[in-house]
Design a protein around this ligand. Structure first.
Ligand SMILES: [Mg+2]
Length: 305
């Protein structure tokens, strides 16, 4: 990866300098995109997303420093390393450039070796940053997934619920919360072992996944409890989905690894609103306990006492 070819933007108002840079960079296997001034350089950055920018300081329309400032102010572009090119002998513009966030600088006239060394260093920085970013994204993804079932975990669902409520409030709508709890789960663990219990949790997750719409979020709330956050649904719509969730579990027995089949059911409580997230979950929980109390394998809507 370190010696791979990159896309390099050369921004310089001098045709001669651009031609020299292009020749040397292309000889090294890179793809070169040219810009004649700062404004064009910014446009090219947005369009081609170069891996490195070689930026002349003295250019018409928008000079190198102003261009650098705008690049660094743009969250989409600020991580592209910039090596600026300066012909001046004093150090003031070097200091300014570095202070504005340039990765490095190169004095004209430059030698080919030095150009390549500085471009390589800038590319290494870029690739390390990209790798770090994708690793962080992966870490973030993993931190939101329940490892046993592959569904979202409580952390993600909690955040999702708060976001969904905020969005619902803006549009004068309500969010549905559905809590489903596996009936007599402790007995399954006691009679068939924890591995069978885990298999049941996974199968419940798989079956429930087919019951919600793409805009809804389904997750494991904890233990043997699952939650669905339904955006933009009427109370009737929520009741329909909740009933579908109950049916899909009760419809056919679960087959364990040893071939034995066991009936599994869930009790479900649901509610809707656009108020406090914790209160919504609390109400769904109240309804869930009502469903348990009324004999399990049932769906109950929250009813204010
Ligand atoms: Mg110039």
């Amino acid at each position: 990866m370190n010696s791979g070819s990159a896309t390099i933007l050369v921004a310089d108002d001098s045709m001669v300098v651009r031609a020299v840079l292009r020749r040397q960079l292309e000889a090294d296997g890179h793809t070169v995109v040219e810009a004649v001034d700062g404004a064009e350089a910014l446009r090219a950055c947005r369009e081609v997303r170069p891996d490195v920018v070689l930026l002349d300081v003295e250019m018409p329309v928008l000079d190198g420093h102003a261009t650098l400032e705008r690049l660094k102010a743009d969250p989409e572009l600020r991580d592209i390393p910039v090596v600026f090119l300066t012909g001046r002998v004093d150090t003031a513009d070097v200091v300014t450039g570095l202070r504005l966030g340039a990765h490095d600088y190169l004095r004209k006239p430059f030698e080919s070796n030095e150009l390549m060394a500085r471009v390589s260093a800038a590319l290494r920085t870029k690739w390390l940053q990209d790798e770090l970013r994708s690793r962080n994204a992966e870490l973030d993804r993993v931190s939101r997934i329940d490892m046993l079932t592959g569904l979202y975990n409580r952390r993600h669902l909690d955040e999702h619920l708060r976001r969904a409520i905020a969005a619902a409030r803006r549009h004068d709508r309500e969010v549905g919360v559905v809590l489903a709890d596996i009936d007599h789960f402790k007995l399954i663990n006691d009679h068939h072992g924890h591995l069978a219990g885990d298999a049941v949790l996974r199968e419940v997750a798989t079956r429930l996944q087919g019951t919600v719409r793409t805009e809804d979020a389904l997750g494991r709330w904890g233990g043997e409890e699952f939650i669905a956050v339904l955006s933009d649904t009427s109370p009737e719509g929520i009741a329909v989905i909740a009933e579908r969730m109950r049916q899909v579990i009760a419809a056919s027995p679960f087959t364990l690894d040893d071939g034995s089949q066991i009936p599994v059911t869930v009790s479900i409580g649901h509610t809707s609103g656009s108020g406090d997230a914790e209160i919504l979950v609390h109400r769904a929980d109240d309804a869930l306990y009502a469903a348990k109390g009324a004999g399990r394998n049932r769906v109950e809507a929250y009813a204010a006492a």
